[in-house]
Design a protein around this ligand. Structure first.
Ligand code: PLP
Length: 393
């Protein structure tokens, strides 16, 4: 007679080994499991030894992470990718994989505040020296690079003034010193620029921004050549910075509409930038679509489809005008200290993303008390212009 396990045993085994059925689901299945099972040791060893695809324990990599990694690698034109718990986990994985204690990193000073903290505070504690540069100034970058420089870190489009470093020129410079180039393309996404096509070695993203697009999925991802990505993956696994299956699953759903969203973000930002540039309450608008932008020509060359939804603008009335505008715009265009949602949001960089920087650094970056960064969503641009117009008075 077949043995029927008791209720406690059946509860413990509930749902294990449930095949999804003969028909494949259209949306990828969510494998929210931390571990997998194997029929025998030989089958487990084939996966551990890399002879067969498969998953063992989630921190080493899992099904939903691999689906996301393959999708991002494909969009970036990369051989491989590794998904990480956050954008900062991606950056930390890159640095720990590629730079030793006593090593040297050159980085754009116009980087995200968290990146600046890693460069300014954490890396020196590990004996890694950082030289900050303006990545749009090629002569300054060349002066900073040495034979000891393991990594050049730049952002494809910078925060908050949307500067546009010349990626192919930076790659050429770095090649002369044997320096690996890693590009944070969070503000651009592979729908607008693929840094690897311009010769960069690695590209990385904060997933909750454009890749995910709906402010729901956490994560980061690093893509590039298989050997480099493998080194980064080893760091990420040691750090325990693996992305969870549910976030990977949600990020993939967002990724499916990335090109459509980027087109709408770009159209909206161009319309809003033109409107703000003509408004008397606005002293200056930073957006590459405007003729006065210092990198308008580089942007037109590297971003034939436009630069996405990020722009910033300076209110003539300074900080009091910022407070007024935030109160008048909310909740239609809310204050929200992140970016790239399908809905338009704004942030005050001086007191949020860049709050840890001293006043002289803020001045160097053009982050003033009157500056607002707008992340233009996919709404009808006419509505955004009407709402901004009403709030600006
Ligand atoms: C341009 C950029 N890079 C990296 C990050 C860090 O990503 P995360 O917050 O996912 O760690 C952010 C976060 O806002 C960002 O804006």
């Amino acid at each position: 007679m077949t043995h029927i396990p008791n209720l406690t045993t059946r509860a413990a085994r509930a749902g294990a080994h449930s095949p999804p059925g003969r028909a494949l689901p259209l949306a990828p299945a969510l494998h929210q499991t931390t571990v997998n099972t194997y029929p025998d040791l030989a089958a487990l060893h084939r996966v551990l030894d890399g002879e067969e695809d498969g998953q063992v324990y989630y921190r080493f990599g899992h099904y939903n992470g691999q689906v996301l990694e393959r999708a991002v690698a494909d969009l970036e034109g990369a051989a491989d990718a590794v998904a990480t718990a956050s954008g900062m986990a991606a950056l930390t994985g890159v640095v720990l994989a590629l730079v030793e204690s006593g090593g040297h990193v050159v980085a754009d000073r116009n980087a995200y505040g968290g990146t600046r903290h890693l460069l300014d505070v954490d890396l020196p504690r590990l004996g890694i020296e950082t030289t900050l540069v303006d990545a749009a100034d090629l002569a300054e970058v060349e002066r900073a690079l040495t034979r000891r420089t393991g990594l050049l870190l730049v952002e494809a489009l910078t925060n908050p003034t949307v500067r546009v470093p010349d990626l192919p020129a930076l790659v050429d410079l770095a090649a002369g010193f044997g320096t690996t180039v890693a590009v944070d393309a969070t503000f651009a996404s592979p729908a607008l620029v693929r840094p690897l096509d311009h010769g960069a070695d690695l590209v990385w993203h904060s997933v909750p921004k454009y890749l995910g697009g709906h402010s729901a999925a956490m994560g980061g991802v690093v893509a590039g050549d298989a050997g480099l990505v493998d080194l980064v993956r080893q760091s990420v696994v040691s750090l325990g910075a693996t992305l969870g299956p549910f976030d990977a699953w949600m990020a993939l759903l967002g990724l499916k509409t990335l090109p459509l969203r980027m087109r709408a973000h770009t159209q909206g930002a161009v319309a809003v930038a033109a409107f703000l540039a003509a408004h008397p309450a606005v002293a200056h608008v930073h957006h590459p679509s405007l003729p006065g932008h210092p990198h308008a020509t580089t942007a037109a060359r590297l971003y034939p489809e436009g630069t996405g939804g990020m722009l910033s603008f300076e209110l003539a009335g300074g900080r009091p005008a910022v407070d007024d505008l935030i109160r008048r715009l909310g909740p239609a265009i809310p204050l929200s200290p992140s970016l790239a949602d399908v809905a338009t949001t704004l942030v005050h960089p001086a007191t949020t993303t860049h709050r840890s920087l001293p006043p002289d650094e803020l001045a160097l970056l053009g982050v003033t008390e009157g500056l607002i960064r707008l992340s233009v969503g996919v709404e009808d641009p006419a509505d955004l212009v009407a709402e901004l117009g009403a709030a600006l008075g």
